[in-house]
Design a protein around this ligand. Structure first.
Ligand code: GLY
Length: 375
């Protein structure tokens, strides 16, 4: 039986979202300005452009309201421009196509959506470096003098994209995608997870020999610090790899990272941008809280022996804190989750970000037993 606040959160999502979607039906939102969603239709290759689709499909799943499906279909078609441009594709294909065409295929069985999702998986598999056993994160930044500059870069976030490869193997009964996902996850286990359970953001390999060269500071406070969203991607990503492979080592790894995260949750329950940021810096990242909570709820489902309680309680603390302190339920404003941060060293902090809303809704749907599982 769900706790009262969870049912209240569910009711508030169901009340607010129809208003938001009505006025945003043709948009591809990332953030909001003065309460109004922006629109990334003209920057369609941006990595976050699938999350709006995820929100729409989660809502369609429980309401069967055609407005959600129509808007999601429009977004799925817009994403084709990226899918057909190899130079625009990166490792974030899971975020974009599992939550759009993948969701459409799961929900409606549409053939065209199946093909889009498989094409995205093929592109992602093509990013695998077979001597380093990692999936290349980004393309070059466009500097012709520095061709291959990102050929050796892998990032922790990619753990959340691996389910696209597991999906492709499950669908085609061809284990190549699965093998690539497992090899990448093993590489991340070896080089990205620190002794204390915290994780690095960016790893650099020699793309010709496969040798691991170094870790590089990324979106967190500093090299060697613990960027909270990176920790969250790792928690959720590893437990998903466990669920798809049944390899215990991935579950143990997800637990180790989650244990580190849990032991660093401040008394307030509000999550900083980086667990190692200076004490006088109060910048928060609510997306890290929502993503980590989703991962912990999946760990709670996967572990036995009474250990589930620790992860479920921590997830509920994170989500309840967001519900109490960081949700905007006004029907006049578009985003729900406040105080999200893209990167510690960016000029701006603490705004709304679409995947904060996506993962909060996903978590509430998990707790109320109505999630369309998309990973
Ligand atoms: N995947 C990039 C980020 O989490 O900001």
């Amino acid at each position: 039986m769900a706790e009262n606040w969870i049912l209240e959160a569910e009711a508030k999502i169901r009340k607010k979202l129809p208003e938001v979607v009505k006025r945003s039906v043709h948009k591809v939102p990332y953030t909001s300005k003065n309460g109004v969603f922006d629109d990334w239709t003209n920057n369609i290759a941006w990595w976050t452009n699938g999350f709006w689709g995820g929100i729409l499909w989660q809502l369609y799943h429980v309401t069967k309201d055609e407005m959600y499906r129509e808007s999601a279909k429009e977004l799925e078609e817009k994403l084709d421009a990226t899918l057909m441009s190899p130079e625009d594709m990166d490792h974030d294909s899971g975020f974009r196509w599992l939550l759009t065409s993948g969701a459409n295929f799961r929900e409606t069985g549409k053939e065209e959506s199946y093909r889009r999702t498989l094409l995205a998986a093929c592109n992602m598999a093509g990013r695998f470096n077979p001597v380093g056993n990692y999936i290349r994160a980004w393309n070059d930044w466009g500097n012709k003098e520095k061709l291959g500059e990102n050929a050796g870069i892998a990032i922790i976030d990619c753990m959340m994209n691996l389910p696209l490869l597991y999906w492709a193997s499950e669908q085609t009964k061809d284990p190549r995608f699965y093998h690539i996902a497992v090899k990448h996850a093993d590489t991340v286990m070896e080089h990205f997870i620190r002794e204390d359970g915290s994780v690095i953001h960016i790893g650099e390999f020699d793309p010709y020999t496969g040798e691991f060269l170094r870790s590089v500071g990324g979106q967190g406070y500093a090299h060697g610090s613990a960027w909270t969203r990176g920790q969250a991607w790792a928690i959720y990503g590893f437990v998903l790899s466990y669920q798809h492979t049944k390899k215990e080592k991935y579950l143990e790894c997800a637990q180790k990272i989650a244990d580190y995260f849990i032991s660093n949750i401040p008394q307030s329950g509000l999550i900083p941008v980086d667990f190692c940021q200076p004490g006088n810096c109060g910048w928060e990242d609510s997306t890290a809280a929502a993503i980590a909570a989703c991962g912990m709820l999946e760990i709670a489902k996967s572990v036995g022996g009474g250990e589930d309680d620790l992860y479920r309680k921590a997830a509920l603390k994170l989500l309840y804190t967001l519900y109490e302190k960081r949700c905007d339920w006004s029907p006049e404003t578009d985003a729900i989750i406040q105080k999200c941060t893209a990167a510690y060293h960016d000029k701006e902090h603490e705004f709304t970000i679409i995947y904060g809303d996506y993962f909060f809704i996903e978590a509430i749907w998990k707790l109320t037993g109505q999630e369309l599982f998309l990973w």
